[in-house]
Design a protein around this ligand. Sequence first.
Ligand code: PEP
Ligand code: MN
Length: 349
Amino acid sequence: MRIVFRPQATRAQIDRVEKLLQQLRFRYRRSQTADGTVIGVVGDTALLTERHVQDMPGVALVAPFTVPYKQASREYSPSSTVVQVGPVRIGGSDVVVMAGPCSVESHEGLFAVARRVKAAGASILRGGAFKPRTSPYSFQGLGREGLELLRAASDATGMVVVTEVMDTRHVDLVAQYADILQIGARNVQNFDLLREVGASGKPVLLKRGLMTTIEEYLLCAEYILATGNEQVMLCERGIRTFETVTRNTLDVCAVPVIHRLSHLPILVDPSHATGEWRYVLPMARAAVAAGADGLMIEVHPDPANAFSDGPQSLTPEHFDQLMREVAPMAGALGRKLDRVPIRSRGDGA
Ligand code: PEP
Ligand code: MN
C-alpha cells in the first residue's frame, strides 16, 4: 500500500502518519517526489483502513500496490535505492564497475588482475570461489581457499569484493569473506537461498535467471527485501532465446524497464550475456548508454588458459580499452565512471 500526501501537506502531518506506522510496527519507506511525499507500506494494511489513515490531514490517497513485487516497486519507493558498500555507492550518479576473473585460480593471477582492474578504475573485485558449472566434471572453484585469496586481494588493493554463494550451507562462510553476496543466474529462484542471504544482512547482487521474466525476477528480489534486507542490486546477464551465435541474448531493454518498475540499482554483465570477449566492449557501451548503474566484467591475464569462461574474458589491455570507451558514454548521461579514491595497503598499486 502507498500513502500519497497532498503537495501542500505539512511536515507535521506527514510525521503524524509516520509515527502511526512506527507504532503499528509497519515496514515502510518515505520518498520525496516532485509532487510531494509518498510512503510505501507493507504489512497488514487492513489496520491502516481501520485507523482511517485515508482521512488523516495531509493525506491525498491511500492505494494498494498494483504489482505483486511490493517492496521492489517504484510504488513503494519512488526514490532510487543507493547501496553503499564501503566507499562505493551503487545506484547513485556514478557507474560502478565490478571486474575480475570468472574463477579464482591462484594467488598470483588474482592479485595481478585485481591491480590491473583497479588501476583502470574498477572499484569492485569479482571472482568465483564456488562455481555453478554446467558439467559436474568442470572446475568447481577453490572454495574456502578462493574466498581467502579474494579477501587478501581486496585488502591489498582496497577494493570491495563480490563473490557467489550457491548453497544455504555456505552463506555464513561466504559472508565472512565477501562484502557483497552474489546470487547467480541459476539460483535466482532458489527461494531458501534468497531468504538466507537476505537474513545475512549483507548487500546482495542478484543476477537475472536465464529464463526469468522481469516480473519473476523482481519477485525474486522481493524475497530478499521481505527479510528486511534493503541492500539489493540487480544484474541483467543475458537470457536464453532461439539465438545461438551468442551464449545468451543481452536484454538491454531490461535496464530502462527495471528503472521504471523498480527503485533498485540495475547492473549489466556483458561477459556472460555474450560469451565472447569481442562483443563485451560494444555491449558494455550499450549497457551504460541504456542507463545501467554498473557493469560486471570478466578479466583474465591469460584468457586462453582460464579454468572457466576464457572465451568471454577480457585481457587487462582490453579492459583498459573498455574503461576508456565506456567513460564518455557515462559522461553523455551526466554520470561518471566510478573511480572512488580507494586506500591501498602496501601493494604499491
Ligand atoms: C558469474 O558471474 O560468475 C556467473 C556464473 O554468472 P551467471 O550466474 O550470470 O551465469
Ligand atoms: Mn564466468
